[in-house]
Design a protein around this ligand. Sequence first.
Ligand SMILES: [Cu+2]
Length: 180
Amino acid sequence: MKKLVLAGAVLGATVVSLLGTPALAHHQGSSHDGHHAMHAGAERAPSTVKGSDKLRVQDCWIRLLPKVAPSGGFFVLHNEDKAEPVVLKGLHTDAFGMTMLHETTEKNGMSAMAMVPDVTIEPGQTLSFKPGSYHAMLEKPEAGLKAGQEITVNFELGTGKKIPVQCVLKSPSARTFSDQ
Ligand SMILES: [Cu+2]
């Protein structure tokens, strides 16, 4: 756990110079238009597995960016079921009009982004959504959101269950849950 958080901090530190452009900041470095064009038509089929309800979400935070740019959502997912996977289908919150699940991957030394229809956490495993890896993308923020505020985000599972989680809004310079 601690290692993952530190890795995120190191990744974040390498891209600080890119952050003058808010539109680039949610996935740190690659153009959003580029990745939307790239994944068009190439998206994998959604999982048909319902899985377990035993998801615990830890350290949820959102890097709040100005209205025109998508904000990144990060958290740690623990599957506390020893036998069944947990399938995360998506996030829903009143504070943002649209949310998506994204994955950043390395291809030939280039960072590429793709939308994913769901994310599976294997039995007993932990998966971190963090800068440079899986992340949520949140668009269309409601008026008046501020760093430091907490919002409720519902994590929707393959079973249909929605797990409400308190997520902290943080400034554009935040790189890990422990940042402001
Ligand atoms: Cu993204």
